[in-house]
Design a protein around this ligand. Structure first.
Ligand SMILES: [Fe+2]
Length: 280
């Protein structure tokens, strides 16, 4: 009798716990943004940029998969940090059809801007279906540019002595890293924006020896404690999230994403990163 009673109680407790975890992973954690603070030591950084802040925002994924008012609210909070430089590392939409252009334009006025500059690269989702629709990428690019965010497609730009090299998306139609990496000069201060961290393992770096900012993985979105996330859209499964030291003096940082592909997160909170620039 006692044993049966115990079994019943355990069953109810177990069901309750699963329900709570499910609700948490669906309704709480996907919207529980963390501002991650870190330092970014850069070789040859001009003195006047020391102590300035660089904010990284990645994988916003505006569309119909979750209520994107969350993105607007997060952007309003992010702008209060008054960053000097803002970089975006791709995937602005969850592309289904042209409705996402309207949705993106609704959110665009809230995209945080750096006082010194704002730059972006595109991700695979910005290339529409099967990552092959150049016209989708073009429309997204124009919307971002109109908002004062310059989009680098295998191009480089300079913000007060910091050279930002932007690689277009690895899986899409315009991946040509050699075009921009040939502009790398070791005697300058450099960072690279590259949506997909798998590019780090290709022979395209031309002696590059500084930071690479990526997104794409979303940290796997769900991760059992002490274990690797079971789903990760990269070849190199060590590319999960956070700071990773690579060969040749390169430092990779993978942002866990602000938005999500599906509205579920467990043990991988959404992230906006704020780096303080330092001289290496
Ligand atoms: Fe993404």
């Amino acid at each position: 009798m006692k044993r049966r009673h115990f079994f019943k109680k355990s069953l109810i407790a177990g069901a309750g716990l699963s329900l709570c975890s499910g609700l948490y992973a669906w309704q709480v954690e996907p919207f529980w943004l963390e501002f991650v603070h870190s330092t970014m030591p850069i070789k040859n950084l001009p003195k006047h940029l020391v102590g300035k802040t660089l904010m990284q925002i990645s994988d916003v994924h505006i569309g119909n998969r979750f209520n994107y008012q969350y993105i607007v609210d997060s952007f309003v909070k992010a702008q209060t940090y008054n960053p000097d430089i803002v970089v975006y590392t791709g995937d602005y939409v969850n592309y289904e059809n042209e409705e996402q252009f309207i949705q993106l334009n609704e959110v665009l006025p809230f995209f945080p801007k750096g006082t010194k500059g704002s730059v972006a690269v595109l991700g695979n989702h910005d290339y529409g279906h099967r990552w092959q629709q150049n016209e989708v990428a073009h429309t997204i690019l124009q919307s971002l540019q109109k908002q004062g965010i310059s989009v680098l497609r295998n191009q480089a730009t300079e913000i007060e002595g910091l050279h930002v090299l932007g690689i277009d998306d690895f899986w899409a139609t315009n991946f040509a890293p050699e075009k921009v990496m040939s502009q790398f000069k070791p005697n300058q201060a450099n960072i690279v924006l590259c949506h997909n961290p798998d590019v780090c393992d290709l022979e395209v770096w031309n002696g590059y020896n500084s930071w690479i900012l990526s997104g794409h993985t979303h940290g796997g979105q769900c991760k059992p404690p002490f274990l690797a996330p079971p789903i990760l859209p990269v070849q190199n499964k060590s590319y999960t999230q956070g700071q990773i030291q690579l060969s040749g003096g390169r430092t990779l940082y993978i942002n866990r994403a602000l938005g999500h592909l599906w509205q579920v997160r467990f043990n991988v909170r959404p992230e906006i990163t704020i780096f303080e620039l330092q001289q290496a």
